[in-house]
Design a protein around this ligand. Structure first.
Ligand SMILES: Cc1cc2nc3c(=O)[nH]c(=O)nc-3n(C[C@H](O)[C@H](O)[C@H](O)COP(=O)(O)OP(=O)(O)OC[C@H]3O[C@@H](n4cnc5c(N)ncnc54)[C@H](O)[C@@H]3O)c2cc1C
Length: 470
């Protein structure tokens, strides 16, 4: 992409930023401004990019203005919500970045069990206020991940087996389209668009607000059981978690024991299998559901109990902080013994103590929605597997960690049966097609042609607009 980084900023010039600034409730930050260095950073510190300007939107009208401006001047346009894009799509050199992080308002309707969430809101921005009414939405596992990006890809959260994906609870969204209109989309209005934004990513417009249905959730029975990382334990986990009641969702990680308060100091750094559990129901039933994990092997450590739902995010506090990451992932129904051994072997050779392989067991309510009902296309898959190469210091040479991620991926990629778009890095066109079967991709391309024929929204897992017959 041609850089317009040094373009003319003079008032009255072709790129009159002052006139845009005058039309905004929010602000504009450009290189040289005091806040620019902080504003250009995203959560993944590996993406060290320099946008041409950052529009800090405060209202949907600001987003409209930013889109019209970028389109008029044919400027590359990136969208930033929570800033956690695995592919670095929420920032780009020389681009106009529409930064939604100032739009985090949440409004709960306790009578109707719904929430309106501005699209810059993060999981924790909703979880706290909803909990005050004994309500919750299953979003993701990490407090600071944006509901904006997460929802557009599907949203696999702590209660996914009980309450489905975040998109399965989406009622409506406000969207700014490529031609600078603010429209409402739901099952009746712009229904094809509504289908597409439930799994098709940020291809179709900028969401400014979501309306979700909330579930009656107060306390959950949750926490972590840390087991030795042996093939038998991992195999046993996959079976038990798959056959567990839908009330139990789990996320498990082959990793080096992290410095958590509940892990004995002498076990820190040991290769372990941490099973994080979230049971939505009473403690007794929760205890029955998780007991089989404990029977797999003598736990290294454990911290499980009744807790308010938002406390689940304490388990992933480290992931919520800015860090550098290289990610490869897939869905599968079949992770045989050799695959499990490759995973354990790979983590044993990790170049960073933070790197890990994560396993999530799906099923349950994800399957209650028919395959074609949303653009999220892999509802039948049992497991999600992610190789997470993670390191903290951005000045560190990331090459060894990237090479480790690639090697770990190479050792298990033959088991892949599709990929989750939200965990896709910048891996090329073929991998985008792995996220969407041919018919889904074709339908997305038709919606793209209708709502964004010029591909204004291109910093995403990009769907090429279908060529329209005239
Ligand atoms: C630490 C970590 C934990 C994660 N955990 C989970 C998890 O538990 N479950 C899960 O499902 N996913 C998870 N993810 C993946 C996550 O859902 C995606 O990375 C998602 O894109 C992040 O959204 P964001 O708003 O934070 O990111 P951003 O980087 O701000 O946005 C990512 C992309 O989404 C699009 N986008 C964002 N907001 C809008 C908007 N309002 N309108 C239009 N397009 C928009 C844009 O294309 C943008 O480039 C995790 C990622 C990380 C890094």
């Amino acid at each position: 992409m041609t850089s317009i980084y040094s373009s003319n900023l003079a008032p009255g010039g072709a790129l009159d930023l002052q006139s845009l600034r005058n039309r905004l409730s929010g602000d504009i930050i450009v290189p040289g401004d005091a806040g620019y260095e902080a504003a250009r950073r995203v959560s993944n510190l590996g993406f060290d990019r320099h946008p041409w300007t950052i529009v800090r939107a405060l209202t949907a009208a600001d987003v409209v203005q930013a889109v019209r401006f970028a389109r008029l001047h044919r400027l590359p346009l990136a969208v930033r919500g929570g800033g956690h894009s695995v592919a670095g799509h929420s920032t780009a050199d020389g681009a106009v970045v529409v930064d939604l992080s100032g739009m985090r308002a949440v409004s709960i309707d306790p009578g109707n069990h719904t929430a309106r969430v501005q699209a810059g809101g993060r999981s924790i921005d909703l979880a706290g206020p909803a909990h005050a009414y004994g309500l919750a939405l299953s979003t993701g596992d990490t407090a600071t991940v944006g509901i904006g990006g997460l929802t557009l890809g599907g949203g696999i959260g702590w209660m996914v087996r009980k309450y489905g994906l975040a998109i399965d609870n989406l009622i409506e969204a406000q969207v700014v389209t490529a031609d600078g209109r603010l429209i409402t989309t739901n099952a009746k209005q712009h229904s094809e668009l509504f289908w597409a934004i439930r799994g098709g990513g940020g291809n179709f417009g900028i969401i400014t607000e979501y309306t979700f249905r909330l579930a009656p959730v107060g306390a959950v029975y949750g926490g972590a059981i840390v087991l030795p990382a042996t093939p038998e334990v991992v195999r046993g986990y996959l079976q038990i978690a798959k056959e567990a009641p839908d009330e139990l969702s789990t996320i498990a990680q082959v990793m080096h024991a992290p410095p958590a308060p509940f892990i004995p100091e002498e076990r820190l750094g040991e290769l372990v299998f941490m099973v994080m559990v979230c049971f939505t129901g009473d403690a007794e039933a929760g205890e029955r559901a998780i007991a089989p994990f404990r029977a797999l092997a003598e736990p290294v450590a454990e911290m499980v109990g009744e807790m308010p739902y938002p406390a689940m995010f304490n388990l992933t506090e480290a992931a919520a902080q800015p860090h550098a990451a290289e990610v490869r992932s897939f869905f599968t129904d079949d992770l045989p013994g050799d695959g499990i051994e490759s995973i354990i072997d790979a983590v044993g050779k990790a170049t960073s103590p933070m790197s890990m392989v994560q396993l999530r067991v799906l099923g349950g309510a994800v399957r209650h929605v028919a395959d074609g009902e949303t653009a999220y296309a892999h509802r039948d898959r049992d497991y999600f597997v992610a190789v997470l190469g993670l390191w903290l210091d951005p000045s560190e040479d990331g090459a060894p960690h990237r090479a480790w991620t690639q090697a770990a991926w190479d050792s298990i990629k033959q088991y892949r049966q599709g990929v989750y778009v939200n965990f896709l890095a910048d891996e090329g066109e073929d991998r985008i097609h792995e996220a969407y079967p041919a018919a889904t991709y074709e339908r997305l391309a038709q919606v793209k042609a209708q709502y964004d024929p010029e591909n204004i929204f291109q910093f995403n897992q990009n769907i090429r607009p279908a060529i329209r017959q005239v």
